[in-house]
Design a protein around this ligand. Structure first.
Ligand code: PPS
Ligand code: MG
Length: 381
């Protein structure tokens, strides 16, 4: 079976995403832990840069070590430009330290650590190795080390997204969501009571962290959720994995729309118009990052829409992992013309028709696609 063909790759991908989530959690904690008032300014992008580059280096090193660097092609968001400048020695040192700290913890997640700490040159090499541009043939890992950078610096939702594309099709996807609680009731609590979210910890069993990892293999018809592990716990496969499914709600009046937080990333008034025309009644849930795909896959929302300004080209790493997880959990994802997203054309989702619509089922999806056709000409997108 197709899904079993990738069992080893999927398990390794899930384990490396756990390592990456722990890394991001540590960096984010440092950002928010100093005397409660944030010593680092939220406009200072260095913590997110450290997390981004360190995750990319760590995942690149672990995948290459496990599968052999000659077999590993990685398409990822970051390059080394920002740490190659004369004044960025401090940033580079922080990345090297963070990568070594994370790789030292790899055995806890069932992965190999390096025999000796990595030198700066090896860390840079691991980051630069991720410069593949994908394409229609061969096997390519697709990585967004920190998706939802705005959410990350706000101490809010962000994701680590890793997928594998083979011959232009996404064959597996893993989404690490470090701030997305395992329990749905906790999620509601989280969204409604932002400032008190630290109380969440008490609601979750001790062995479980406050976040989760979702994953799926194409064609398996199954999508899974594991809790992040906390403290000194060790990741023992399958680590409490539970099956997840999309919501069964198909009545627009009961459905929840999930969309980007930032107006700059998606046209909120256009999606509000679509929502109204199909009969949605609830307030949209605005969430940073691919956690939106996770929310659909887990059944916490029924619809995800993103309509970027015209001229913006969506990147494959912002969608690959989320799409396969939603599809295997029972959902539907397409562009606004109803066509499947094309991951075979390099780093962009070439040919994407206007926007992205992901739904828990066909009933809602068909209604939204029809609504796009009905309202597009009068929109000014
Ligand atoms: N102008 C514009 N239009 C549309 N999309 C853009 C745009 N600029 C960036 N991006 C990409 O959107 C990713 C963040 O999307 P989100 O849905 O997480 O946005 S939001 O923070 O909730 O508003 C974001 O991913 P990250 O860079 O990983 O955060 C970008 O890849
Ligand atoms: Mg992204």
């Amino acid at each position: 079976m197709e899904a079993e063909k990738y069992a080893k790759e999927l398990e390794v991908a899930v384990r490396v995403v756990h390592v990456a989530c722990a890394l991001c959690g540590r960096v984010q904690e440092r950002l928010f832990s100093v005397n409660d008032d944030h010593v680092m300014s939220k406009d200072d992008d260095s913590p997110v840069t450290v997390a981004d580059l360190s995750v990319q280096a760590t995942i690149s090193w672990l995948l290459s070590e496990t599968f052999g660097s000659q077999n590993v092609s990685i398409v990822a968001e970051e390059d080394t430009e920002i740490i190659s400048k004369d004044d960025s020695a401090g940033l580079l040192a922080a990345v090297v330290a963070t990568v070594n700290e994370s790789l030292a913890s790899a055995p806890k997640y069932g992965l190999q650590s390096p025999e000796t700490t990595l030198e700066t040159a090896e860390v840079l090499k691991a980051i630069r190795r991720c410069s593949s541009t994908g394409g229609p043939s061969g096997r390519h890992w697709v990585l967004d080390p920190v998706d939802g950078t705005v959410g990350f610096v706000r101490g809010d939702q962000y994701a680590v997204a890793l997928a594998m594309v083979e011959d232009g099709k996404v064959v597996l996807g893993v989404l690490g969501c470090p701030n997305y609680p395992v329990k749905t009731e906790s999620l509601d609590y989280h969204y409604q009571n932002h400032e008190t979210k630290s109380n969440l910890a008490s609601a979750i069993p001790e062995a479980w962290g406050k976040g989760c990892v979702l994953y799926a293999s194409k064609g398996s018809g199954k999508a899974w959720l594991q809790p992040l592990i906390a403290g000194d716990n060790i990741l023992e496969w399958p680590n409490y994995a539970q099956l997840i499914q999309v919501s069964s709600i198909d009545d627009p009046a009961l459905a929840t729309l999930c969309e980007p937080v930032e107006k700059a990333n998606s046209n909120h008034s256009f999606t509000a118009g679509l929502a109204q025309s199909v009969g949605l009644r609830k307030q949209p849930m605005r969430v940073h990052s691919m956690v939106k795909y996770a929310a659909i896959a887990r059944g916490d929302a029924e619809i995800f829409m993103k309509f970027a300004r015209s001229g913006y080209k969506e990147k494959i790493w912002d969608h690959a992992a989320g799409v396969v997880i939603v599809e295997e959990a029972g959902g539907v994802v397409s562009d606004a013309g109803g066509r499947l997203l094309d991951f075979s054309k390099g780093i962009y989702l070439e040919g994407l028709d206007r926007g992205i619509i992901a739904c828990s089922g066909l009933t809602l999806h068909d209604k939204l696609i029809a609504a796009v056709y009905a309202s597009w000409d009068s929109s000014n997108l």
